[in-house]
Design a protein around this ligand. Structure first.
Ligand code: PLP
Length: 362
């Protein structure tokens, strides 16, 4: 029978997210399940966010503000840019789609590291964009090899910084090395979903500076991680006014719902919550590093809220055993990282449960 769908879709593997808590409860009849699989924030949304949402609920009969006026005003003030330098998305994921749709012409190529955040590849395939893959080097983006991979066809280079799933970052010097002498019409896409966890590291690049200097850059940030709003789906892109205008043309008008807009505005103003999250992640990371070292399990040091752990040959079996104990982590097989599991840093209680379950599973 003739295929109904467009031909190129047959090459795409549907994205498999981390297993939802309710699904595991249903499948295994478990009562207590913890999820450390999707790099979410273990703290619930802050009370300021909840109050913001409660206000917005009363206006749900109205369409949301298509322009995210108040949010743009707030982030513009914060980063000393214009509101017209911002585009909001249904998660920062959506901005990846905007970029690919707005800028990649027929025959042009995207450069994507391997492995890295899977959505770049999926969106490229959906949009029928050719991709050149450049392997990581020692679990880090290899910007020198990326530069060598550039051809006349290269239009966009994706850089997840910090990277998911490795938790590593590229430095200011490495980024400047890539940019020096690079064709100016190549778009550098800096995915900074974990920016707030890494921004105070001395050699972490301040990409907004390059944007202010007129480079063709798109920077994305997320409310799903440090701001704890993954369930509402909201993130944003920062770029020149011209590039934002192009991306607005491919954006569905009401892509960011009104609850998400109110919640994000409240979250941005809640510095104490951000501090609490950083403290929790810091404490959890020290605990997990220490426990893993005692168990002689190696891991990739991370600047984010998750850790890539090298379990070895038994990773798949350990992953399944953890599930049976009500602990959801991420099996890294889909990334081609056989032998690895990725664990999100949770509350201290969750971290302890994970370590105990891991000891038993091993
Ligand atoms: C590197 C990276 N970019 C983007 C995202 C997507 O974030 P959002 O929830 O804002 O779409 C994630 C989520 O895990 C991520 O790890």
């Amino acid at each position: 029978m003739k295929r109904l769908s467009r031909e190129h879709l047959s090459k795409i593997k549907t994205y498999k997210p981390g297993k939802p808590i309710e699904e595991l409860k249903r499948e295994l009849g478990l009562r207590d399940v913890i999820k450390l699989a999707s790099n979410e924030n273990a703290l619930g949304p802050s009370s300021r966010v909840i109050s913001g949402i409660a206000r917005a609920v009363r206006e749900l009969n109205r369409y949301p503000d298509s322009n995210c006026y108040y949010l743009k005003r707030e982030v513009a003030k914060r980063f000393r840019l214009k509101p017209s330098n911002f585009i909001f998305g249904n998660g920062s994921d959506e901005v990846i789609t905007f970029a690919m749709r707005a800028f990649l012409k027929k025959g042009e190529e995207a450069i994507i590291a391997k492995p890295t955040f899977l959505i770049y590849d999926i969106v490229a395939k959906v949009e029928n964009v050719n991709v050149k893959h450049v392997p990581l080097k020692e679990y880090r983006y290899d910007l020198k090899s990326i530069k060598r991979a550039v051809t006349k066809k290269t239009k966009i280079i994706f850089i997840s910084n910090p990277d998911n799933p490795t938790g590593t970052y590229v430095t200011k010097d490495e980024v400047e090395g890539l940019m020096s002498g690079l064709r100016r019409d190549i778009i550098l896409f800096f995915d900074e979903a974990y920016y707030e966890f890494a921004k105070d590291i001395k050699d972490y690049p301040d990409t907004l500076r390059y944007l202010r200097k007129g480079r063709n850059i798109i920077i994305t940030r997320s409310f799903s991680k440090i701001y704890s709003l993954a369930g509402l789906r909201i993130g944003y892109g920062i770029a020149s006014e011209g590039m934002i205008e192009s991306m607005n043309k491919v954006r569905e008008p009401f892509n960011v719902n009104s609850l998400a807009q109110e919640a994000a505005l409240a979250a941005l103003k809640d510095d104490r919550f951000v501090m609490r999250t950083k403290r929790l992640v810091g404490e959890g990371k020290r605990f997990l590093y220490n426990e893993l070292s005692l168990m002689e399990i190696s891991y990739i040091p991370s600047v984010t809220n998750f850790i890539l752990i090298n379990i070895g040959r038994d990773a798949e079996r350990v992953y399944n055993k953890l599930l049976k104990k009500g602990v959801i982590v991420r099996n890294m097989k889909a990334w081609g990282l056989d032998g690895f599991l990725r664990v999100t840093i949770g509350t201290m209680r969750e971290n302890r449960i994970f370590i105990e379950a891991l000891k038993e599973a091993l």
